[in-house]
Write a protein of this length. Structure first.
Length: 339
C-alpha cells in the first residue's frame, strides 16, 4: 500500500481536470485490502478506477483509493468455455486484447472502453449490442465493514442499463477486487454483428465471416472515428445515459420528429439516444470557453484544456435544460460527479 498526500488529480482522470487530492491510497495487492479498514477507520472515501467516468468539481479531501492489483488467469476450462479471473486494477481494454489474442470470445465488442476491470460491472459497461453482464459469471468484493471478501454471482448484482447494485445499494460498502468472466472457446463463439455501424464497417472491409479478432478491430476503428482520445481531448465518454421514455411521449415526439432514432425496450417504454437529442438542440461541436461537446458525438462533453469541473458541470446543466424544453425529457448523467 502506498499513501501519498497532496497530489494533482490530472493523471488520475480522463477529463484532465486539476484539483488537489489530499490523500491517495494505492492498493497493489490482496494484503493491502485486508489492512484497509484499519487505515480508513470508518472515514468516508472515494474509489478511483481508471478515472474515466468521473467529474471532479472540488479538491478531494476524503481519501481516494486507487486500485492497482494485476492479473488475468483462467481458473476453469471446459471444451466450450473458460472462466477468466481479472484483477480489478487491470486495464479493461488490455484485458479484452488478451482475451482476443487467446481466442476467448464474448467481450470483443467492448474493445477500447476506457477504465479498469473492477469498474466494468459497477455501471455494467456496454457497447455495440453487448454488455458486461452478458458474460459476467461473478464478482468478488471486499466489504470494508468486516474486512471479508464476498463473491456475488451474476443474478445477485441486479444488472441493468449502465447500473448494478454496486452503483446503488452497495455503493461505498463494497470494493470490487476481481471479476470472473465466462468466455467462449474456438468453435463456440456467438458473434454480435447486429449493430449498424459494425455491419457497415465489416462490409467495407469485405469481411463475410468475421473472427472475434476482426470484430475487435472493427469496434476499435468505429470508436476511434467517433470518440476523442482522452490524451488529446479530455473527456469521459458518454456524459449522459440514453433516456428511457414512456411510449406515449415517444409517440408524441416521433410524430413531430419522424427521424428520431430509438431502441425498443418493452410495450410501455422506448430508449432514445441522448446524443441525437443533444445534437438536435444545436450543441454538437459547440465550444464554450474551454469546454464543449465533441464534434463527432454530441453526447461526449470535452475539456479543450484548462477547463474546471464546475464549467463542465454548468455546460451539462445547460444541455439538460435545453433537452427538457425541446423534448420534455430529463437527461441523467452517466458520469459520477464528485462534489
Ligand atoms: N447521434 C446523433 N448525433 C450525435 C450523436 C449521436 O444524431 O451527436 C445519433 C446517431 O446517429 C445514432 C444514435 O444517435 O443514430 C446513437 O449514437 P451512437 O451509435 O453513437 O451511440 P450512443 O447511443 O450515443 C451508446 C453508448 C456508448 C457506446 C455506443 C455504441 C450510452 C450512454 N452510450 O452511445 O457508450 O459506445 O452506444 O454501442 O449508452 C459510454 O458509455 O461511455 C459509451 C461511449
Amino acid at each position: 500500500m502506498n499513501i501519498t498526500n497532496n497530489i494533482s488529480s490530472v493523471p488520475y482522470n480522463t477529463f484532465g481536470l486539476e484539483v488537489n487530492i489530499s490523500t491517495l491510497i494505492e492498493l497493489n495487492s490482496k494484503e493491502d485490502f485486508s489492512s484497509l479498514h484499519t487505515v480508513l477507520q470508518g472515514k468516508e472515501y472515494h474509489i478511483l478506477g481508471g478515472g474515466s467516468n468521473v467529474l471532479l468539481l472540488n479538491d478531494v479531501t476524503a481519501p481516494v483509493l486507487h486500485i492497482n492489483t494485476k492479473g488475468l488467469e483462467v481458473i476453469k476450462e471446459s471444451d466450450d468455455y473458460v472462466l477468466v479471473k481479472m484483477q480489478a486494477g487491470e486495464s479493461w481494454h488490455e484485458a479484452v486484447l488478451w482475451a482476443v489474442a487467446h481466442n476467448y470470445g464474448g467481450i470483443e465488442n467492448l474493445s477500447l472502453i476506457p477504465g479498469k476491470c473492477g469498474a466494468a460491472p459497477m455501471q455494467n459497461i456496454g457497447a455495440y449490442g453487448v454488455e458486461v453482464k452478458d458474460v459476467l459469471h461473478a464478482v468478488t468484493a471486499y466489504k470494508l465493514e468486516d474486512g471479508y471478501e464476498y463473491t456475488f454471482h451474476n443474478e445477485e448484482c441486479e444488472f441493468g442499463y449502465r447500473t448494478s447494485n454496486f452503483k446503488t445499494i452497495w455503493k461505498d460498502k463494497f470494493i470490487i477486487t476481481s471479476i470472473i468472466l465466462r468466455l467462449s472457446k474456438e468453435g463456440h463463439h456467438t458473434l454480435n454483428t447486429s449493430y449498424g455501424a459494425i455491419e457497415k464497417e465489416l462490409a467495407d472491409r469485405g469481411i463475410v465471416q468475421p473472427t472475434i479478432s476482426d470484430l475487435s478491430e472493427v469496434v476499435i476503428a468505429i470508436r476511434q472515428s467517433k470518440l476523442p482520445y482522452p490524451e488529446e481531448v479530455g473527456n469521459a465518454g458518454s456524459f449522459f445515459k440514453n433516456p428511457i421514455i414512456s411510449m406515449s411521449l415517444y409517440e408524441e415526439l416521433v410524430s413531430e420528429y419522424p427521424h428520431m432514432p430509438s431502441y425498443p425496450i418493452d410495450a410501455a417504454s422506448v430508449k432514445v439516444p441522448a446524443g441525437w437529442l443533444i445534437d438536435q438542440c444545436g450543441w454538437k461541436g459547440k465550444v464554450i470557453g474551454q469546454t464543449g461537446t465533441y464534434k463527432n458525438q454530441a453526447l461526449v462533453l470535452v475539456n479543450h484544456g484548462g477547463a474546471s469541473g464546475k464549467e463542465i458541470y454548468a455546460l451539462s446543466e445547460d444541455i439538460k435544460i435545453s433537452v427538457r424544453q425541446k423534448f420534455k425529457i430529463d437527461l441523467e448523467r452517466e458520469v459520477n460527479v464528485w462534489r
